[in-house]
Design a protein around this ligand. Structure first.
Ligand code: MG
Length: 244
């Protein structure tokens, strides 16, 4: 019988968080170069940016200009604390640094190890595979195009503004034993399992980004039985028989 997989994109198929960390480092470098001792220590600086970014997500969900905007807000806050006037020219430069996360050349062929062979394997088994990703429509569809994901998923790519229980309940309605595969406990695992799905959790080895660390409620013992935790994506092949 065919199995039903819904597979996450960011940090499951391609290393997105790594790119955001790289660009955040570039932003920090830039600030230290330009403002030297006016900039707080690195820990406070990164925490400030993270905090402002999370507030934007909470208020307006995921929108394309959010991340670059969070860097500009961080710069303005650093200026305010140091008692200096923000420069328009620097704001423009910082916005440009932030937009480097949208540079699609980073994603070209940039699959997490073992992902391609696993997707090929699932296709060869004739399983139903659907890409289920959350975020800005344009950004996510650009990634899908750049990674050429249609060769595995065909038309089955879904972009949602948020992955919540409502999304899983609606998508899972007519589907037998749907599995959500992803790195995020908050978005991929907890909500899907609470909606009656099974889940395959592939956490990132270096830990997850701040937004996903906000998974508050834990799953019950009963619910945890429906979560298969794996170290690498390609374990889906070796543990295939355990999947219903
Ligand atoms: Mg993810």
């Amino acid at each position: 019988m065919k199995k039903n997989f819904f597979i996450d994109l960011d940090d499951t198929i391609t290393p997105t968080g790594y790119r955001y960390s790289q660009v955040t480092c570039e932003f920090c470098h830039y600030l230290y170069d330009k403002l030297d001792r006016n900039v707080p220590f690195i820990r406070e600086l990164v925490l400030l940016q993270t905090d402002l970014d999370l507030k934007l997500i909470k208020k307006q969900k995921f929108f394309k200009t959010r991340f670059p905007y969070s860097l500009v807000l961080t710069y303005k806050e650093v200026c305010r604390k140091a008692g200096i006037k923000p420069q328009k020219e620097m704001e423009r430069e910082i916005k440009k640094i932030g937009e480097r996360v949208f540079d699609m050349s980073y994603y070209e062929g940039n699959y997490i190890e073992g992902v391609e062979e696993t997707l090929e394997f699932l296709v060869s088994q004739q399983d139903n595979i659907t890409l289920l990703t959350m975020g800005d429509e344009l950004v996510q569809s650009n990634k899908i195009k750049t990674l050429d994901l249609k060769k595995y998923f065909k038309k089955n790519t879904i972009i949602v503004p948020e992955k919540n229980e409502q999304v899983y309940k609606t998508l899972g309605k007519e589907i037998q034993n749907p599995y959500m595969v992803g790195d995020s406990k908050k978005s991929d695992i907890n909500h899907s399992v609470r909606s009656g799905w099974n889940a395959i959790w592939v956490p990132m080895p270096g830990g997850t980004w701040a937004h996903d660390q906000q998974a508050k409620e834990e799953l019950t013992e009963e619910e945890l039985k429906r979560v298969m935790k794996i170290k690498e994506f390609k374990e889906i092949i070796s543990r295939y028989d355990e999947i219903k």
